[in-house]
Each structure stands twice: as C-alpha cells, then as structure tokens.
Design a binder for this molecule. Structure first.
Ligand SMILES: [Zn+2]
Length: 389
C-alpha cells in the first residue's frame, strides 16, 4: 500500500512514513486532537531529549537504563525520552496549583524511543521509535472516580469511531500477600483499585481481575480490542501512579489552605500509533473506511485527451479537502478501474467524452461498481456525509 518503510541505513525499528501513511496518520491525529479538546483536555508539546538529571528524579536511570538512548554533550548526560510523563509533570509544576484548577488533563502525541533487542522487533508492531497518544491527568482523591469513568467512556467513543466495538477489559491489582513489592500505602492502593473497579461496574462492563499483575507503582485497567479476525490486541491503558507524584513533589493547595499530593493517572487510548496503524490495516484488511482512506477518489481519464479535464476535477476536489489523485498512465480504462479496485480506492471517477460534454462525472464505488452521473458538488457532499457517519 506504500504507507511506510523501515530502512536499514536509518536503523531497524525506526519507521519512515510515506506520503499515504503520513496522511492517514494526520487524519487520525486531527480527529484525536479535536476530540480531546472537546473533552476537557489541553494539548501540550514537549522536547525529544532532556538532561540526565530529570531521569534520575523520575527513577528511569535506575530502573530503565538498559532501554534508554543516552548521550553526552559538554560533559553532561542527556536522554532521548522513553516516556512523556516527566515533561507533563514539569508543565504542571511550572506554577502553584489550587484545588480549583483540578482536574488538569494534558494530552500529546509524544514520540518516544526505547531500545528493544533487534530479535524482538517486528514490522510496525514492535519498534524502537514510536508515538504514544499520551495523556496525564492530575486530580484530587475526590475526583478520581469521576475521572476514571470519563476516561473509559472517552476511550470507547474514540475506539468506536475506528470501528472497534468489542473489547476485553482487565484490572491489574497488586498481590495482597506481598505489599513490600509496591510503592504507595495500603490506603492509596485501596482507593485506586476501588475507583477502577467501581467505574467498570458503573458502566456494567465485565472485566477480569488480575491479582499480582499491577506494576509496582499502581494498579491499571487494560482495554484490549477485538479485531475483525477475532484477534485480541492490547491497546488502551489507564494507569495509576503513586511513584512520580512523590518523586517530583506534585501537589496542589486544598480548600484547607494546605498542600496535598495529587493523584496522577497515565493513559493512552490507541497506545503506540505505529502499532495501532498495523491493527487498523489488519482490521479492515487494507480497505480503510472513506474518512481514513489516504486516497478517497482516483480520477481515471479515458485516454490522454481527457487528462486536462481530469486534472481540473482533481483541483476542485482538492480545494474541498477531498483526497484525490489522477491516474495519468496510458493504460486502458478497464485496467485503470481494476487497479483502483485492487488498491481499495473508495471512489473512482471516469472522465471521457460523455462527462466533458455533460459537465458531470461518472462515479464508480469500490466494491459496488455502479456508475452514477453526478456533479462534482454532489460527489463532494456524498463523501463528506460518508466521512461523518
Ligand atoms: Zn505517563
């Protein structure tokens, strides 16, 4: 499909997005950012590298060093970010916060780099550089229940737009017999695990509890999507964190005038975009819905004489935000149609004598095949309606 490639000279596990892949990526990102803004998130942008000291505070240099890309400049260590969290925390900490400011929700398409052994790398599914659709929520203990519920509802809303309607949910909790393995107090864990479980129950979602599966710094919910082939994919994660708020001293001033520790939640809905992209392609078997299709319309002139007319139609569609292209090859019209069908192009426009004369276009739909004589305006309206469905 000419969407991406991985090049040995650049490095394995590092993805080159070709024009068609990049446009799908932009469509996903635009949708994602707009929905986040509508749902109370604020967008942030953060750098790709940071001083070693930051990662000392976060604990990554102690616990995660073998997965990080490190380098030195002017005698000082730097790290290529394996995570976005410390950056979002520093934005939160850039000024004093009051309980009236909370919850604060920062979202970012943050590109991170993690060293993975070359044997474990696999196409888009496991890479070394990837973009997380990341967000961090800073709230009070009283707001936690509501926030978790909101995240679950928002996750469903986003995933459904991409055509995923079936999920499996898992609640990873701590091993009660080994409390020394975990950060945070008994109280913290109870509050967090209860908030996660309650939200799932309130939504009448069946889930499986996984005792002992939580990471040391907090419990989490995993939402796995079921693709068209029935395969289960780990996708969204909602993760409590009792570690970073203490390490970075993230607080707010309560209504009592005193400092309180915030509750911090990490969450990614699509996970790694590279991986999600591979899941999407598999789910739709390469036949992406019109709103996600890198080419929505291909214009097929019958012979070179009608190429100028085809280009005129193309320009008009482009101006209206329709992703179109012209097949300017010298192939026969039936070959051009076959090619467009094989490549899953949703709409084809045939341009010949009849079309030029009537100032209309013949539109053929992928998999349907009917030829309708439409005006360009009508086609644009049809495509826009399809995209909004
Ligand atoms: Zn995080």
């Amino acid at each position: 499909m000419d969407l991406f490639s991985i090049n040995e000279e650049i490095g394995i596990g590092l993805v080159l997005w070709h024009p068609k892949g990049a446009i799908v990526r932009k469509i996903i990102r635009d949708f994602w950012e707009e929905e986040h803004l509508k749902n109370g998130y604020q967008l942030v942008c953060t750098p790709h590298i940071a001083r070693g000291g930051l990662w000392k505070i976060s604990g990554h240099l102690n616990y995660y060093k073998q997965n990080m890309y490190l380098f030195e400049k002017d005698g000082e260590p730097y790290v290529v970010k394996p995570m976005n969290c410390p950056f979002h925390i520093q934005i939160y900490n850039s000024k004093p916060r009051s309980y009236r400011d909370l919850p604060i929700r920062y979202a970012e398409w943050g590109t991170v780099y993690r060293y993975e052994r070359s044997g474990t790398l696999h196409g888009l599914l496991r890479v070394r550089g990837f973009t997380q659709d990341d967000a961090h929520i800073f709230c009070t203990a009283e707001q936690v229940d509501e926030e978790i519920l909101k995240i679950i509802e928002f996750t469903e809303h986003i995933l459904q737009k991409f055509g995923f309607h079936e999920y499996k949910m898992y609640l990873s909790t701590r091993e009660p017999k080994e409390p020394e393995k975990y950060m945070g107090s008994e109280e913290d864990w109870k509050l967090a695990q209860k908030a996660l479980a309650e939200a799932l129950k309130r939504k009448e979602i069946t889930y499986r509890e996984m005792p002992g599966e939580a990471v040391f710094y907090g419990p989490k919910i995993d939402i796995n999507i079921i693709g068209a082939s029935g395969r289960e994919w780990q996708c969204s994660t909602i993760q409590f964190d009792f570690n970073l708020p203490r390490r970075f001293n993230i607080t707010y001033i309560g209504s009592d005038g005193k400092q309180h520790e915030v509750v911090m939640i990490h969450r990614a809905l699509l996970g790694a975009i590279e991986r999600f992209f591979a899941i999407l392609i598999e789910h739709y078997r390469g036949n992406l819905p019109v709103w996600l299709a890198p080419t929505q319309v291909r214009i097929l002139p019958i012979g070179g004489n009608y190429l100028p007319y085809a280009k005129k139609v193309h320009k008009k569609l482009q101006v209206h935000g329709i992703k179109s292209e012209v097949d300017s090859s010298s192939s026969t019209i039936s070959y051009k149609i076959r090619e467009a069908e094989v490549q899953n192009i949703p709409h084809m426009i045939v341009c010949g004598k009849r079309e030029v004369k009537s100032k209309k276009i013949s539109v053929r739909k992928h998999g349907v095949g009917s030829l309708d004589l439409l005006t360009i305006k009508e086609l644009i309206r049809n495509i826009k309606n399809e995209c909004n469905r």
